[in-house]
Structures are given as C-alpha cells and as structure tokens.
Design a binder for this molecule. Structure first.
Ligand SMILES: Cc1cc2nc3c(=O)[nH]c(=O)nc-3n(C[C@H](O)[C@H](O)[C@H](O)COP(=O)(O)OP(=O)(O)OC[C@H]3O[C@@H](n4cnc5c(N)ncnc54)[C@H](O)[C@@H]3O)c2cc1C
Length: 461
C-alpha cells in the first residue's frame, strides 16, 4: 500500500477531489474489458500535462508503480494495476485542442474519445481512419498506446499511420515532444513510432498530433455468401488482386451468422459456412466499377450469392449484424476473444487450424475478423465457473497463438499483449529484438514504475 504521506502529497498537488483512495472508488478502477482485476492503491485524475508530470515525479522518487488508463476498454489487461500503485486515469484530459482543415491535422488530449473526434472533424468534411469497434468509448490515448485498428484499416492502415507527433511524460516526470505536424519528418530516430503501441510501459501520452483525411463521398456495401469458408478467404485475395483495395473485408463464419440471427433477423443465411461484408468507398462513378469487380471476384471464388445493398438503410442493417457478433456470442456462454494475425495467404489454413483446435479441445470456436489484413478473432465459448473447461480453454488459446506464429503471423493484430499474452512474447519475437526492447524499457523507465509486468512478464515487480 502507498504510504498515507504520499497520498496526502498527491492531494495537495492535484486537489483532493481528483485523488481517490476510498475502497469503493478504487474498485471501480480495478478492471478493464478482460476478466482480470487488481486494485490500485490510489486513483489520480489529472487535468493537464503539468499534473501528469507532477504525479510521475512523486512516483519516480518513491518508486511507485503507475498504470496509465483511458476508457479501460482494453482487451489484453493493459490497464489493470497488477502491482497496485497509482492508476493514472486520463479521461478528464479530453479536449480537442485544434482541428486544422488546411493542414489536415488535429491536436488532441489523450482522453478524447475516438468517436468525439470523428464527429468534430466530420463538420469539416474530414475523418480519422482508425475505427476500433470500441470507438464510441475508447480514448485516443488508449488507441495510440495499443496501436488500435479496425475494419477499415485494410484500406487506410492502423493508428500508427495517423500519429504525426506526441507529447509524452516520461517516468521521471520530464516532458518530451516527438515528431511534429508534418507528413514527412526524418529528423532523427522515429520516437513517435516507438511510443505508439508501447501500452503505457515507456511513458504517458499527454498530447497527440493526428493526421486526418478528406471524407470520401460515397460508399457501397456488398454481402457475399459462401458454402465453404475457404472460398470466402480465397475471394478476398481475388478482390485485392483484381485491383480493388476495399475499405473493409469482414468475415463472419457460420457460428457467428447463426448467433446474430438468433437475436433477430438481419437477413443473413443461417445455412452458410461464411459471409463476407465488403465495402468500397470513393467517387460514385468509380464505385460502380469496383462493385462489379468485387462481385466477379466473389462469384469466381465460389460465392453462392452476391448482393449489393440497395441503399444506406440496407447497408446499415448488414453492418448492424456485424456489430452484433460480440453481444450475440455472449448468449452462447462465457467467451474468450482472441486476436491473431497471419499473412493473408495463410488465412484459409489458419481458419482450418482454429476449427481443428476447437474439435481437439471440445470447444466452440466461432470466427470473425478483418481478413483482408490477416486479422482473425476466434472466440472460445466456455463456462468460467468450470475449472476443467477453463484448463482446456487455456490450452486451446495457446495452440491458436502457436499456430499463428508457425504460419508466419503473430500474437496480436490490434488488442495488444498486456497481461493476456505476455507469456508467449518470447516465442513471437526475434531474441535480439526482444533484448533490445527490454533495454529500451530500462532506458526510458530505469526504476520500472510504468505499467510493470505488461508486455514482458519479467518487468513485474
Ligand atoms: C467491444 C470492444 C470492441 C473492441 N474493438 C476493438 C477493435 O476493433 N480494434 C482494436 O484495436 N481494439 C478494440 N478493442 C480494444 C480496445 O478498445 C482498444 O485497445 C482501445 O485502444 C483501448 O483504449 P482505452 O482508452 O480503453 O484504453 P485502456 O484500456 O484504458 O488502456 C489500454 C492500454 O493503453 C495504456 N494507456 C491508456 N492511455 C494511455 C496514455 N494516455 N498514455 C500511455 N498509455 C496509455 C494503458 O496503460 C493500457 O496499457 C475493443 C474493445 C471492446 C470492449
């Protein structure tokens, strides 16, 4: 437990109302969106970079763990304070500082919710491409720390592709600026890229310069239905090699289709082995041609039906089905959602491996994912209260991770490593690269106070 003297110092520095240490306050900050939990000793709610810096100076002096936290929607345990210490919650630093339509940039504090930025820039005819499914709750600081992705990352890339510069408070409380406001910037090492995806282990992001894009004027949604999931995977490759780079290529397998249809009728065929939702966007004239190419590619790959949504309402209904997957799977039991990537050409093999792993361990393994960028989300349906089943779930999850690595992929496409996958990191990284990562951790955080135990198990106190 943190000494009462330190809590008093934090209260004197930030104001007592933004330093929470009652048991009922602390328990609210013990969780993220995974199954883990651990109580912080105290919760600090800064309003400014200066307050983040002051908090870290105290923590550094006293060697107290600090766990940065955004909306706690993380799916890898990153915001869980496993060593206690300070939960540094950044949600009140939620101002959009600048939107510059001429330079196509926005400058934001870390606690801005992704969707709030989307709405604000839409008024200028702009958009911010990274679109995690959690965009109506997750913060941009959390998106940066996890290098979040989403369905439209096939066309536009992930969060790292849109971060031009950062303000970061380092472990000792010093404030560092990286990058800048320009698209091109090769002055020195790319420290911005280093901090994107660092999961709060190297510094606390307090300001972000983001690249924006003009919002495309039109969008079309195509649904393709397949009797064999392998044909759906092949169809995505055919679409891309036909010269179309779709906005999205979302796969839902038969289990996911039946789960969402059991909630309400979205118009999806429950006897299919898989459907693809393929969106294209751009100028209306070009989209007619792109839809024709998508249709031809899917039909050649064996689609039994290809349907282009007639209007916005029908497209929205198809996407509502896609968004309903996660809650619909919850009706099947407890669910452990995974997030692996493989090279696109290995997706059919990976899907087969997941299904085989499900059979081996007697578990249902519904699969969906953004397959154009090789990112699959297999779910393991289980009963958390049954220890024997949970032992099988752990073995099945490990088998899925190892299969992804064997096929040339990796442990996580977008949810990060956090606690959930740290035991497998050594198998997924080149040993020398991993050793240098640990050196970087030590360089930026010599007393190991920043989110200890995350990404690398040996950093746990
Ligand atoms: C329903 C649902 C759907 C999701 N869909 C997607 C998806 O499609 N794509 C995707 O990528 N993710 C998805 N996620 C996961 C999650 O929303 C993302 O990882 C998101 O980026 C986390 O943001 P957050 O604000 O909730 O961060 P938190 O969960 O609070 O924190 C995540 C990590 O970031 C660190 N962190 C937070 N803020 C800062 C900061 N300012 N400085 C330094 N470190 C910081 C934390 O220490 C922690 O390690 C989903 C989650 C849910 C619950």
């Amino acid at each position: 437990m943190i000494d009462a003297r330190i809590i008093a110092e934090l209260k004197a520095t930030l104001g007592a109302e933004r330093v929470l240490d009652t048991p009922e306050d602390r328990v609210v900050y013990a969780y993220d969106a995974t199954w883990g939990e651990a109580l912080p000793d105290v919760v600090v709610l800064p309003l400014s970079t200066a307050e983040v810096s002051a908090t870290l100076r105290i923590a550094h002096r006293e060697r107290i763990p600090v766990v940065p936290r955004g909306a706690a929607s993380g799916l890898s345990g990153g915001a869980i304070p496993i060593s206690g210490g300070i939960c540094l919650c950044l949600t009140r630093m939620n101002r959009i500082l600048e939107i510059n339509p001429d330079e196509l940039i926005a400058v934001v504090q870390p606690g801005v919710v992704n969707m709030d930025l989307q709405r604000a820039v839409a008024r200028y005819g702009l958009f911010f491409p990274p679109d995690p499914a959690s965009w109506d709750m997750s913060t941009l600081g959390g998106n940066v720390a996890e290098n979040a992705g989403g369905p439209r990352c096939l066309k536009y890339g992930v969060t790292k592709d849109y971060v031009l510069g950062l303000e970061v408070v380092l472990a000792d409380g010093s404030v560092m600026r990286t990058g800048g406001r320009t698209i091109k910037n090769v002055t020195g090492y790319d420290l911005t890229a280093l901090f994107v995806g660092s999961e709060g282990t190297l510094g606390v992001v307090t300001e972000i310069v983001l690249k924006l894009l003009p919002k495309p004027v039109a969008r079309r949604t195509v649904l393709a239905v397949f009797d064999r999931i392998s044909d759906a995977c092949a169809a995505v490759n055919r679409v891309i090699t036909s010269g179309v780079l779709p906005l999205t290529t979302e796969l839902m397998d038969g289990d996911c289709i039946r789960a969402v249809q059991s909630q309400r009728d979205y118009g999806l065929p429950t006897d299919a082995d898989a459907v693809l939702l393929i969106d294209v966007e751009g100028w209306p004239e070009a989209l007619e041609r792109e839809v024709a190419l998508v249709r031809a590619a899917c039909e050649t790959a064996g689609a039994r039906e290809v349907r282009c949504a007639r209007d916005e309402a029908e497209a929205e209904e198809l996407w509502a089905a896609r968004r309903a997957i996660s809650p619909a799977l919850a009706a099947l039991g407890d669910k452990l959602g995974e997030d692996i990537t493989v090279p696109r050409s290995r997706i059919p093999e990976m899907v087969e491996r997941i299904r085989a792993i499900g059979r081996t361990y007697g578990l249902r393994t519904p699969i969906f994912g953004h397959i154009g960028d090789g990112n699959l989300h297999p779910y393991l349906i289980c009963d958390r209260s049954d220890a024997a089943v949970m032992a099988l779930v752990r073995q099945a999850a490990e088998a899925i991770f190892l299969a992804a690595i064997e096929l040339g992929g990796t442990l996580s496409g977008e949810h990060g490593i956090g606690l959930a996958k740290r035991d497998y990191v050594a198998r997924a990284l080149d040993p020398l690269a991993r050793a240098h990562m640990l050196r970087l951790k030590h360089l930026f955080d010599p007393h190991n106070i920043l989110n200890p135990g995350k990404i690398f198990a040996e950093t746990e106190g």
